[in-house]
Design a protein around this ligand. Structure first.
Ligand code: GLN
Length: 303
């Protein structure tokens, strides 16, 4: 059933000839062919369905913020909310305005400021933050080969002026413990992690499965943490388009400027889509359309 549905959606979205812009502010991402398009769905009972370029790696960018926050939440429990809030920002992902007004306290862990604060916490808590964060992500992916793309990492590190502004503003308010460059370095590595669309849907299954890895039954997040993280994805995963995504798709999810989106239907499936053409909010145009069609055609809703 899913395979036919995904093929139908894939062709329907392709025929719409939607256009958008590729990420320009990270030079290395500007070169990805605009016509790449993939949809991949994994069910919690172990079935997998894909269409298009679902075996090609792409840059997760902000989708990876979910993994960094998962690890920090696992380590700190509710204490993580002394460092980052749970309110939607209603602002672009890299906005400085609210952060100034709110004394450097980031609204949520899925905007850049919040993810930087989470990386600062990971550096406080872990002896080898990069290695431990990477092995945590490999564990939830069930794939030891997951890593970051060095060219994308270097590209953002040499041009990430807004992220430098965000962390320095937070540091000026006494919110950041470590050297800003050290925190940025971990953040840029996190954002440049690559996965295929198939790997991404597999990795997100944990969030559809009450915090438990579906293959091994290892409980990574508690049920309560998993529920709350899904609530944060629902309300904050698409920045100033979180309402629109909830309205059109109706699933918790997370986007990235690499053109990927991962979303979950609790108790049923995780789905990932990839198309590098973005709308003005930095979310994949075809990706959003494909997910809207998926939840509409399936007729299941979490609401
Ligand atoms: N690495 C990107 C940045 O910090 C991530 C942004 C995104 O995917 N929305 O700007």
């Amino acid at each position: 059933m899913y395979q036919d549905l995904l093929s139908q959606i894939y062709h329907e979205v392709k025929a719409l000839r939607l256009t958008g812009q590729q990420t320009a502010y990270i030079p290395e991402l500007a070169n990805i062919p605009a016509d790449k398009f993939a949809i991949h769905l994994s069910t919690i009972t172990g079935q997998k369905y894909g269409v298009g370029d679902f075996d090609e790696k792409f840059s997760l960018q902000s989708i990876a913020k979910v993994f960094a926050f998962s690890l920090a939440y696992k380590i700190k429990g509710a204490g993580i909310f002394n460092h980052v809030g749970v309110e939607p920002s209603g602002d672009p992902f890299n906005s400085l305005v609210q952060l100034e007004q709110e004394q450097g306290f980031p609204r949520n862990p899925l905007i850049n400021a919040g993810a930087l604060a989470v990386c600062d916490v990971l550096i406080n808590e872990l002896a080898n933050p990069e290695i431990e964060l990477m092995s945590f992500i490999r564990q939830i992916a069930g794939n030891e080969k997951i890593t970051y793309n060095t060219a994308v990492y270097k590209s953002e590190k040499s041009t990430g002026f807004r992220n430098r502004a965000l962390i320095n503003l937070m540091k000026s308010f006494g919110r950041i413990n470590n050297d800003p460059e050290e925190v940025l370095d971990l953040y840029f590595k996190l954002c440049s992690i690559e996965m295929t669309t198939a790997e991404l849907s597999q990795t997100f299954l944990m969030y559809a499965n009450r915090g438990k890895l579906p293959n091994s039954n290892v409980q990574i997040l508690t049920e309560s943490q998993s529920k709350r993280l899904n609530a944060i994805m629902q309300t904050c995963g698409f920045y100033d388009e979180a309402g629109e995504f909830t309205f059109r798709v109706g699933l918790p999810g997370k986007s990235g400027v690499g053109g990927g989106i991962a979303a979950i239907h609790p108790g049923k499936y995780a789905v990932a889509v990839w198309s590098p053409l973005l709308n003005s909010k930095g979310n994949s145009i075809k990706g959003m359309k494909a997910l809207e069609l998926l939840t509409t055609k399936l007729g299941w809703s979490i609401f």
